[in-house]
Design a protein. Structure first.
Length: 117
């Protein structure tokens, strides 16, 4: 983890651990100024509306301000989501806001910022 970055209050323990244990992503410019760290977490994504339901995703990178994940379906920017580790049965969910979504060969790259209270 970047020595100048501190884990924000309110971030669930499973994400704090991912940040502390993550390997830096070399060669990726970061406009936010926070180091992005490689991650291989699988998670459950719950969309904040009754019509969309849940889906699985793989978190590809994480920082103190947000995360990037790969999903099978697009999620529009501005959508609020709740993300939990694994199948969602363990660990406190974190609320995020989708910043952008880009189609790739692997699926949809969805980048989100944390909404911490």
């Amino acid at each position: 983890m970047n020595s100048k970055s501190t884990i924000p209050a309110g971030l669930p323990e499973w994400l704090a651990e991912a940040i502390e244990e993550g390997e830096p992503l070399d060669g990726i410019a970061n406009k936010r100024g926070d180091n992005r760290l490689l991650s291989a977490l699988y998670c459950k994504v719950e969309q904040n509306d009754e019509t969309s339901g849940t889906l699985s995703a793989q978190v590809s990178n994480v920082s103190v301000s947000g995360l990037g994940m790969i999903t099978r379906k697009p999620i529009p920017p501005g959508q609020r989501l709740y993300i939990s580790p694994g199948d969602g049965s363990v660990g406190k969910p974190v609320e995020v806001l989708v910043a952008h979504c880009t189609q790739t060969i692997q699926g949809y790259k969805v980048c989100c910022t944390f909404l911490l209270s």
